[in-house]
Design a binder for this molecule. Structure first.
Ligand SMILES: Cc1ncc(COP(=O)(O)O)c(C=O)c1O
Ligand SMILES: Nc1c(O)cccc1C(=O)C[C@H](N)C(=O)O
Length: 438
């Protein structure tokens, strides 16, 4: 498999130079002078105390929560308790009533769904937590194609959508055969593509490379007016800022549990199906109709009767360990004002863009993230001709961001655990890395 961590390969070939370079970058970030205006912003930050709820390594600025969220302090203890007590002691009794009130594993996916629902503007019964984002994309696209009116056989999507969205959509259409088509277009010119043959519009709200945010409400309204069902990928949205699926009138959505929801590596994904598609008539069909999505699994009925609500999309045995981690991680959001979260995210990304400006003037760095607030997610990205090598240097020196092909340096900001001082430290690290390379 390809090594996703460019630092490993670099470290093997150029160790002595790399270690002194990394030490220099790290010294720059740990010794950075923090401007008074940023200290002032941090002093007035209503979310500042949230950082104490996360375990973060020292000497590092972690700007990759949009790939893998940091570890909430409460999670290891919860996992220990699930392993030792719920599994070790209670054994099979943990699935059902023997587990104690509100602790049974059978309903764990529904309890986690209820915690995600307010973060994405959904009702609890419109959310299912299970599988990976890609698998959930398959299920909701299959449902949308079945619900679409006759003659609509096209899935319309962003030509540059995240690869798994494209692969999954194409795979589903190949399976269906016939006249189905995946049509890849520029999302800035959507209106002309919402034609009478389009069944579903599959879009990722925040682009994983540029951090560009689409106008979900406006696009969904346009699609509905054209008779097109919407499927939103919220991988880079959920937990980063308030999402309002019901307000927008979205039909379906999916998203990751391990990014801004901090559920840990491989955390289960979530799926949203509007209650419009969960009723007795014209209900969204369940392509992967397993027994755990049955209305009464232990009845062992030979015919599939869907469970009420989005639970019907949970096909099999809940992944108890990873669901428990996600369940515990989501408690960090208790009491968080999502509008304050968004305001802080914008303040962090504004600050980063501002502090990086002098470096853009000196080095071949090009900002690719929109400056306009409404069009920005919670990350900032730059093009650089040696982006892969620069990011390897940065990671070695403790500024952990991401490189994305072909030439993108990506920095993710998580308002629950970043401060404006972190932004200044990260920029000091970037400056040291770029100066060393020049
Ligand atoms: C937009 C988007 N969709 C889907 C995924 C993949 O999700 P999964 O690996 O859970 O299928 C990612 C990131 O991995 C992503 O960025
Ligand atoms: N989702 C990822 C994973 O499970 C392992 C390693 C990396 C990733 C990713 O960050 C891919 C991702 N969705 C992206 O935004 O680039």
């Amino acid at each position: 498999m390809t090594n996703i961590d460019a630092t490993n390969t670099d470290a093997q070939t150029a160790q002595p130079q790399a270690s002194s370079l990394h030490a220099r970058i790290n010294a720059a970030l740990t010794g950075a002078a923090i401007p008074a205006d940023l200290l002032d912003l941090d002093a007035r930050d209503p979310l500042a105390r949230k950082r104490e709820e996360f375990t973060l390594p020292g000497g590092v600025v972690y700007l990759d929560g949009n790939s893998l969220g940091a570890l909430p302090c409460a999670v290891p203890e919860r996992l220990q308790q699930v392993a030792a007590q719920e599994w070790g002691d209670a054994l099979i009794r943990s699935w059902g009533a023997g587990a104690g009130e509100g602790r049974d594993w059978m309903n764990l996916p529904d309890r986690v769904a209820a915690k995600i629902a307010p973060l994405i503007g959904a009702l609890p019964h419109e959310v299912a937590v299970t599988d990976t984002t890609g698998v959930n994309t398959f299920k909701v696209l299959a449902a949308a194609l079945k619900l679409a009116t006759a003659g609509r056989r096209v899935i319309l999507t962003d030509a540059e959508n995240f690869p798994t969205d494209l692969y999954i959509a194409q795979g589903l259409l190949d399976l269906l055969g016939g006249e189905y088509e995946l049509r890849r277009v520029n999302p800035d010119a959507l209106s002309e593509h919402l034609t009478a043959d389009v069944a579903a519009l599959l879009l990722t709200e925040v682009d994983y490379r540029t951090g560009r945010r689409l106008d979900m409400a406006a696009i969904t309204a346009q699609a509905r007016a054209a008779g097109v069902l919407t499927v939103w990928d919220l991988a880079h949205s959920a937990g980063a800022f308030p999402v309002d699926l019901r307000g927008a009138g979205a039909d379906f959505a999916v998203g990751c549990g391990y990014k801004f929801l901090n559920g840990g590596p491989g955390a289960p994904s979530f799926l949203f199906a509007s209650e419009r598609h969960l009723g007795a008539v014209n209900a969204a069909p369940v392509a992967i109709s397993g027994w755990m999505g049955h209305a009464d699994p232990f009845e062992m009925d030979r015919a599939f009767t869907p469970a009420p609500g989005a639970r019907r999309f949970v096909p099999g045995t809940p992944m108890v360990l990873s669901l428990s981690a996600l369940d515990s991680a989501l408690d960090v959001f208790a009491g968080v004002d999502l509008h304050a979260l968004r305001a802080k995210s914008l303040s962090l990304t504004d600050t980063f863009i501002r502090l990086m400006e002098p470096l853009c003037a000196r080095f071949p760095l090009t900002l690719v993230t929109p400056q306009e607030h409404a069009r920005r997610g919670s990350q900032v990205s730059y093009r650089h001709p040696q982006a892969r090598e620069v990011m390897a240097d940065l990671i070695g020196g403790g500024v952990i961001g991401d490189y994305r092909t072909p030439d993108i340096l990506r920095f993710g900001f998580t308002p629950l655990y970043h401060s404006h001082a972190d932004v200044a430290r990260a920029v000091a690290g970037v400056q040291a890395a770029l100066e060393a390379r020049a």
